[in-house]
Write a protein that binds this ligand. Structure first.
Ligand code: SAM
Ligand code: DTB
Ligand code: SF4
Length: 351
């Protein structure tokens, strides 16, 4: 298996991926950590902050999603936010230590007039010194190009699950639709953020098949969010069974082994995870998180909890890319600003 340490492959076979899932837990984590260290700065975690710029009333039927108009989850319909409010939110995220700002909209696909406003938001977020990411549903090649021209760095569009299980979760757009959007995003020169959700009743083979599909894309996504289902009352998946936490960690580890250079993001679901569980995910090769009290409509760990977690584990936030406005001083509230010493932080939090 040592060939996986640095090499980038796009020809994975399902039995190989299933064999990784079947490894003894410690062997898989050891391999994932070796791949991680061969390709990334250890102990370094990228931080993205999410903002829902257009919430609720989405026409799609994604069974996990609180924003679908088809489910009564108590969410109202909100209009597209004002550019000024987005700018202020981005500035707060940067001051808190985030390096990337991801704007999410509950669209099947954006309308032409929305893209014009969102292009302005992208320019403002970049001017605030943050990398930009957007997740707006399906895109045409022309729309992807418009976003690229506005300065967008990343586009998030998840495959969510395996091609085989997909029909159990979403009926209003196809797997091929998703692949087409990913192709348009790549063609426009945008970086790709694409991952899925664990805990929707899928089998271990489905998890392997999702990761296989991601790894066998013409190019690996730069960013791979692995979400644990957030069970929202009113959605069809509210009653889904809990995932074995070790199986969630295995999914992160296999993503790391298959896509050595990607940032693998420990995404939704962190609020219900213990610090020890999150540490296992970092050991398995996760090196990115959503940072800030809110995901899109649901909760995320408090910034203070993440600062303490980083300090206790000796993790540091990844620096901003050089092309963004330099940080003269470490942001006053960045995770690493809690204390210089992980040991001291540990003593402080457990005193
Ligand atoms: N409407 C756009 C779309 O679906 O492409 C963008 C926003 S959508 C909320 C982005 C992603 O969030 C989904 O593809 C899904 O992977 C994730 N997501 C949504 N609800 C979730 C939940 N309850 N638990 C975990 N992940 C969720
Ligand atoms: C991703 O993979 N997860 C994020 C982001 N990309 C857009 C969204 C998680 C949403 C969780 C449910 C909510 O807060 O509405
Ligand atoms: Fe709409 Fe996106 Fe939610 Fe699906 S995941 S219902 S497309 S907001």
């Amino acid at each position: 298996m040592s060939h996986t340490l640095g090499s980038i492959r796009n020809d994975w076979q399902l039995p190989e991926v299933e064999a990784l899932f079947a490894l003894p837990f410690m062997d898989l984590l050891f391999q994932a950590q070796r791949v991680h260290r061969a390709n990334h700065e250890p102990n370094t975690v990228q931080t993205s902050t999410l903002l829902s710029i257009k919430t609720g009333a989405c026409p799609e039927d994604c069974a996990y999603c609180p924003q679908s108009v088809r489910y009564d989850t108590g969410l109202g319909r909100e209009a597209l936010m004002e550019v000024e409010a987005v700018r202020e939110s981005a500035q707060r995220a940067r001051a808190a230590g985030a390096t990337r700002f991801c704007m999410g909209a509950a669209y099947r696909s954006p309308k032409a007039k929305d893209i014009v406003v969102i292009a302005q938001m992208i320019r403002e977020v970049r001017a605030a010194g943050l990398e930009t990411c957007a997740t707006l549903g399906m895109l045409t090649p022309e729309q992807a190009q418009e976003l690229k021209d506005a300065g967008l760095d990343y586009y998030n569009h998840n495959l969510d699950t395996s091609p085989e299980y997909y029909g159990e979760i979403i009926t209003t757009r196809t797997y091929q639709d998703r692949l087409d959007t990913l192709g348009a995003v790549r063609e426009a020169g945008l970086k790709v953020c694409c991952g899925g959700i664990v805990g929707m009743g899928e089998s271990s083979t489905d998890r392997a098949s999702l990761l296989l599909t991601l790894a066998n894309l013409p190019e690996h996504p730069e960013s791979v969010p692995i979400n644990q289902l957030v069970k929202v009352p009113g959605t069809p998946l509210h009653g889904a069974s809990d995932v074995d936490p070790f199986d969630f960690v295995r999914t992160i580890a296999v993503a790391r082994v298959l896509m050595p250079r990607a940032h693998v993001r420990l995404s939704a679901g962190r609020e219900s995870m213990s610090d020890e569980m999150q540490a296992l995910c970092f050991l398995a090769g996760a090196n990115s998180i959503f940072y800030g009290e809110k995901l899109l409509t649901t909760g995320n760990p408090a910034v203070e909890r993440d600062r303490q977690l980083f300090a206790r584990l000796g993790l540091k936030p990844e620096q901003r890319p050089a092309e963004l406005a330099p940080t003269e001083q470490p942001a006053a509230h960045a995770p690493h600003a809690v204390t210089a010493s992980p040991r001291a932080a540990h003593e402080k939090t457990t005193a």
